[in-house]
Design a protein around this ligand. Structure first.
Ligand SMILES: O=c1ccn([C@@H]2O[C@H](COP(=O)(O)OP(=O)(O)O[C@H]3O[C@H](CO)[C@@H](O)[C@H](O)[C@H]3O)[C@@H](O)[C@H]2O)c(=O)[nH]1
Ligand SMILES: O=C(O)[C@H](O)COP(=O)(O)O
Length: 273
């Protein structure tokens, strides 16, 4: 455990790092090694990959030192895994840390800052319970041409304009769709999860509504390069993000899209049964 995660007023807080992965063989080894080095240095306590791949990602991750779970084998009673958000939700059932860090598995040049930059705001301010990664996103186009600030098309053209309009208090969040987050486990278990790519903006708005602005922070992760999805896939993502934001703007927490309930509600239901 990193010394800075201890404060005189707070007991030791453990950290789980979790990478949801679907066919990330080209990048998973370097990503896991970076996280495992942090584990060996005592900065984090466990490195877990939740995987649903057919390209050998799972065995590469295990070889690099991660504990690997197959997404579809986590909470199988909920049926087939419906997307990234569903995988994150099911992952909570096997993550032990007091703080849960999610990072995407497709970053092409992983640096420790990807994780330490998320933990830093919690170290500096005990009120912080939800940290969003903030970074510059280059866009690598056809032929390898790089536009230094060109990445994040759904972020810039859908998520940020809608947040600015519907939730102006969140307009300053630079990367509202970032998959890189560090969150108090208790908070994460109290929030519902979208099943798909809407999960990240949904958690952001719900964390802010639950805890207020003082509990939110952005962690400076530098530059992040990743694989780009084609426009038709981003159309689907943009629709999911639009629905998640507008559903919340329309009614007090009302969400039309299917969501997993707060993990903590399951525990309560089991006790009641
Ligand atoms: O069904 C899925 C889809 C993705 N992933 C993994 O989730 C991570 C992020 O997915 P990716 O397809 O790389 O997302 P992007 O296209 O880069 O989308 C960005 O924007 C999304 C919308 O907010 C976020 O959910 C993502 O984390 C963020 O990286 C990667 O490790 C994927 O392998 C899964 O495990 N299951
Ligand atoms: O976050 C986003 O906006 C999407 O993941 C798209 O990112 P890209 O434009 O860098 O591919």
């Amino acid at each position: 455990m990193h010394e800075a995660l201890r404060t005189p007023s707070r007991p030791r807080r453990t950290v789980s790092v979790c990478l949801p992965a679907r066919d990330e063989a080209p990048t998973i080894t370097a990503m896991v090694r970076m996280c495992v080095d942090l584990r060996d240095a005592g900065v984090v306590d466990e490195v877990v990959v939740v995987d649903e791949s057919s390209d050998g990602t799972a065995s590469l991750a295990a070889r690099a030192g991660a504990r690997v779970h197959r997404q579809s084998e986590l909470m199988p009673e909920y049926g087939p895994v419906a997307g990234k958000g569903d995988a994150m939700w099911r992952a909570l059932s096997v993550l032990a840390g007091d703080i849960v860090v999610f990072v995407d598995a497709d970053t092409t040049d992983p640096a420790p800052r990807l994780v330490t930059g998320l933990l830093a705001p919690m170290q500096h301010d005990a009120r912080v319970r939800f940290v969003k990664g903030r970074y510059r996103r280059p866009f690598t186009g056809a032929g390898g041409h790089v536009t230094p600030h060109g990445g994040g098309r759904v972020t810039e053209l859908t998520a940020r304009p809608l947040l600015r309009r519907c939730f102006p208090e969140l307009a300053a969040i630079r990367q509202p769709l970032a998959g890189e987050i560090a969150v108090d486990r208790d908070l994460l278990c109290a929030l519902p999860f979208h099943l798909d790519y809407a999960v990240d903006v949904g958690l952001l708005i719900d964390a802010w509504r639950t805890c207020g602005a003082d509990a939110l922070a952005q962690g400076d992760l530098g530059v992040r390069r990743n694989r780009h999805q084609p426009l038709d896939a981003l159309h689907v993502m943009a629709c999911a993000v639009t629905d998640a934001i507008l559903d919340r703007a329309a009614g007090e927490g009302a969400a039309a899209a299917p969501m997993r309930p707060p993990m903590a509600a399951l525990a309560t239901a089991e006790v009641a049964a």
